[in-house]
Design a protein around this ligand. Structure first.
Ligand code: BT5
Length: 255
């Protein structure tokens, strides 16, 4: 039992010992019209995925692999705001439970000491002007040992227990994550993205840095100026041109 203190998030919990992907199951539930705040949690994913159908490594009993269903009344163009909101909520919860101060790397990673601990995947069920559901997948490496990470991520990924040297209580962390995300979500629905953006900026490591944004249209090299009110990244390339990046993999260039 999770002992949740939240009102919306986790109002209904679908727990599976093992599943292909919590995203897949959450999409199905969202189509069936489950309540907002429904979450899907599993101990192991056999086909966990990242963006662009990349694989998300999700071994048994070591992580938090979950998806949440939200139904905010916002246009589809504002959906990236929710990725950033969830990243802030997860970062706050990690900080509270472990004492670690994590970094957020736009758009969807949480890093500690430059290594990836959390990945977030936001997907929509939407019409052109209207969102029906937002399905937000959260994958967190909690109790893996370094040896448990396979190639090629053994040099780029880490877990909370590797960093702290302690085993982390996953149920407590999950409970805190839902609590923090819900607080932020209620603020967001009431007051918009402004406060969330400020909080996000306090964790963000991209801003002000030189970087290469690898997009499906090609690479853009430049200096990140910040994010727009929709959560889109603004990069100024060396010739002064400003680019709005909606989706990309970011490679930070060391100073
Ligand atoms: C992400 O994609 O970071 C989003 C990951 C979302 C996972 C959650 S788990 C619950 C829910 N159900 C799902 O099926 N998915 C969501 P992206 O930015 O595309 O990063 C993917 C890349 O991260 C991979 O290509 C690997 O290089 C790396 N990777 C894979 N597994 C990892 C792990 N456990 N820890 C750190 N890095 C990983």
């Amino acid at each position: 039992q999770l002992g949740l203190e939240t009102r919306i998030l986790g109002s209904s919990i679908h727990f599976e010992e093992v599943t292909t992907s919590t995203q897949k199951l959450a999409h199905k539930l969202a189509y069936e019209g489950v309540d907002e705040g429904t979450i899907v949690v599993t101990e192991e994913q056999t086909e966990g995925r990242g963006r662009l159908d990349r694989k998300w490594f999700s071994p048994k009993y070591t992580g938090i692999w979950m998806s949440l269903i939200l139904r905010p009344n916002i246009p589809p163009t504002s959906a990236p705001q929710l990725t950033l909101l969830v990243a802030v909520g997860v970062a706050q919860a990690i900080q509270e439970v472990t004492g670690i101060e994590p970094d957020i790397k736009w758009p969807n990673d949480i890093l500690v000491s430059g290594k990836k601990v959390v990945g977030i995947l936001t997907e929509l069920q939407a019409e052109p002007d209207r969102i029906n559901s937002v399905i937000i997948g959260i994958g967190i490496n909690v109790n893996q040992t370094q040896e448990q990470f396979p190639e090629p991520i053994n040099n780029t990924a880490t877990s909370l227990s590797i960093i702290t040297g302690k085993k982390i209580d996953r149920a407590l962390l999950l409970q805190q994550i839902l609590l923090h995300i819900e607080k932020l979500y209620l603020t967001y629905l009431k007051n918009g993205f402004k406060v969330i953006k400020l909080l996000w900026e306090s964790y963000a490591i991209n801003i002000g840095h030189q970087m290469v944004a690898r997009t499906i249209q090609g690479d853009i090299k430049g200096h990140a100026l910040g994010i727009t009110d929709d959560g889109v990244l603004k990069i100024q390339s060396d010739n002064g041109e400003i680019h709005l990046i909606h989706s990309a993999d970011i490679e930070l260039i060391p100073k």
